[in-house]
Write a protein of this length. Structure first.
Ligand code: NFE
Ligand code: MG
Length: 604
């Protein structure tokens, strides 16, 4: 047994019952989590491990930088497009290529569509079943659900008792057939589920509505990028020409019909986020008002590079300003510079990689990706069947990125904390409006800080960011139309397409607001080829293992001191982990050789 306090202020005690969750499901990629639970069922130690290895950074070496986006975009099919965006930005930065304003607006609309799509799918299809019990919805009085719907969101038209009764009958047929599909394997008799049957019925109904909506949203990617997932990008701009006289049958130019099609999808995103998503998060949260745990690093130490610039290349036009907040001090925001070798560094002391000197971190321009799978002496089990991880040694395929040595959280909650602390009116209004709706429903009097620093706050920030992105996208759309009307239909700058125009040696960095947080790609180009390429990804920050000083990352921190109602049904652990929307495919971007899971399941 050992009790330790980490430099970032968490007391870890690895005595008590060890509970292993592997695989953690309803995430992207492969993840394992081990916790120690004391005699009062409180989590006192947490170990999060990425259990897959990929190697995209290695695959890129020696390739044409103009092709990099197409490789790195395949890091992930969920946050589709954001790696391509960070990549083209990194290459353009290295080669000093300035893209036309229309290309920026189209890229922004694609990025914001991704946010809305990813956040909606995450909340309804990956996270909601941690809070919502579909089996309990069978006990609901559909009239009560109708009243609830009209109370929390009077503008949503689908609210009649008959509508909810039909859905309830659909769920009944599902359950009676014994084929629960996505609702299988839940802990449905666990008292940790707190919603009324009427609220459960409303939420399951919206699960189904969201399935229909998400496939509409992504059509914005098919218009601008040819397809989804993995829309097309281009170094120098976007690969879609504007031709207002264009005939669609003649090869898909961007014409007014297509632009109006996009506008209708943006309007659908605005309506769904305002009338369904945000009211649902607030209504569900009101049933969990006494369970505002799981804050961890969230809103205390946070980081973002800055998001949604109005003007490309001008960080002062970021609509969500970036920076770093440390240790809960919202009065001091440190500027962030991804080029500064002292700021962003990755450590591998507890990661399955080699560095020449593992006491030091490496800035991504000098980053090394060299696998080294070795287990600590206190590991229980074998190399291919770990029973218990030894967190004193290397224990994850995720590296540990740090900002000036500090563990920070990234994601919508970090962006919202930074924007709130820096006085962005739209964000403050949104936070205050949703908080007062929550306080009214729940009969509480929480401050913004208290509400945000929790698992539910992290989930709320994602909903609010979806609304914000939908609204901002309409501004982007209007600006694009204004540019075209003023005679500018340029979508690419190909002046430096030819490698003969490039310097012999150069380097660049590209950042983007990925759905799960700040994303950065760093590239070195030599003799027209990629010499080094490093991605530092949101789930790498949040899912990071311990660093050499012993600081724990955001997933681990969010679990410490969380009470668990039934240790063999750890729904609370899933809630906190899912509130980050983990993507292990992104986090490790770097699968065992035979593609198999490295470890086996104990508790699901
Ligand atoms: Ni695969 Fe990703 C996002 C990136 S990982 S989901 O968002 O970049 O955190
Ligand atoms: Mg990396």
């Amino acid at each position: 047994m050992s009790i330790k306090t980490t430099p970032n202020g968490y007391t870890l005690d690895n005595s008590g019952q060890r509970v292993v969750i592997d695989p953690v499901t309803r995430i992207e990629g492969h993840m394992r989590c081990e916790v120690n639970i004391d005699e009062n069922n409180i989590i006192r130690n947490a170990v999060s491990s990425g259990t897959m290895w990929r190697g995209l950074e290695v695959i890129l070496k020696g390739r044409d930088p103009r092709d990099a986006w197409a490789f790195v975009e395949r890091i992930c099919g969920v946050c589709t497009g954001c790696h391509a965006l960070a990549s083209v930005r990194a290459v353009e930065d290295a080669l000093d290529i300035k893209i036309p304003p229309n290309a920026h607006l189209i890229r922004e609309m694609m990025a914001k569509t991704l946010q809305v799509h990813d956040h909606v799918v995450h909340f309804y299809h990956l996270h909601a079943l941690d809070w919502v019990n579909p089996i309990n919805a069978l006990k609901a009085d559909p009239k009560g659900t109708s009243v609830l719907q009209q109370t929390i969101s009077p503008s949503h038209p689908m609210s009649s008792p008959g509508y909810f009764r039909d859905i309830q009958n659909r769920i009944k047929r599902f359950v009676e057939s014994g084929q629960l599909g996505p609702f299988k394997n839940g802990y449905w008799d666990n008292p940790a589920y707190r919603l009324s049957p009427e609220a459960d019925l409303m939420a399951v109904t919206h699960y189904l509505e969201a399935l229909d909506m998400q496939k509409e949203f992504v059509k914005v990617h098919t218009v601008f990028g040819g397809k989804n997932p993995h829309p097309n990008y281009l170094v120098g701009g976007v690969p879609c020409a504007i031709n207002m006289d264009g005939d669609l049958s003649a090869g898909a130019p961007l014409n007014m019909e297509r632009l109006n099609f996009v506008k209708a999808r943006i309007e659908a995103m605005m309506t769904f986020t305002k009338n369904v998503y945000i009211p649902d998060v607030i209504a569900i949260a009101s049933f969990y008002k006494n369970q505002l745990w799981g804050g961890g690093l969230g809103a205390k130490s946070v980081m973002d590079y800055g998001a949604y610039p109005k003007v490309n290349y001008d960080k002062s036009t970021d609509q969500l300003p970036g920076g770093v907040i440390l240790n809960d001090n919202w009065d001091e925001v440190f500027p962030i510079d991804p080029r500064d070798p002292e700021q962003v560094q990755e450590f591998v002391t507890h990661s399955w990689y080699n560095y020449p000197d593992e006491s030091k971190g490496l800035h991504p321009w000098d980053g090394i990706t060299e696998a080294n799978y070795e287990l600590g002496p206190n590991t229980k089990g074998t190399r291919t069947n770990i029973e218990e991880i030894d967190e004193g040694a290397k224990y994850s395929w995720i590296k540990a990125p740090r900002w000036r040595g500090h563990a920070v959280e990234v994601g919508p909650l970090s962006r919202y904390t930074l924007a709130y602390a820096q006085g962005v009116d739209y964000i403050k209004d949104q936070v205050h409006r949703s908080l007062s709706a929550f306080n009214n429903l729940a009969g509480t009097d929480l401050s913004a800080k208290a509400a945000l620093q929790s698992t539910i706050g992290r989930t709320l920030a994602r909903a609010l960011e979806s609304e914000y992105c939908a609204d901002m996208m309409m501004d982007d759309w209007n600006q694009l139309i204004a540019n075209i009307k003023a005679g500018d239909s340029t979508t690419a700058n190909m002046e430096k397409w030819d490698p003969s125009t490039w310097p012999k040696e150069t380097k660049g960095v590209g950042t983007a607001a990925a759905p799960r947080g700040g994303l950065g790609h760093w590239i070195r180009i030599k003799d027209g080829k990629i010499e080094n390429y490093q991605c530092v990804v949101p789930s790498t920050w949040n899912g990071s293992p311990r660093d050499p000083k012993g600081n724990i990352g955001a997933f681990e921190a969010a679990l410490i001191n969380t009470p668990v109602e039934r240790p063999d049904e750890p729904v609370e652990i899933l809630r906190s982990l899912h509130s980050f929307d983990p993507c292990l495919a992104c986090a490790t971007h770097v699968m065992s050789e035979d593609g198999e899971e490295l470890v086996t399941a104990k508790v699901r």
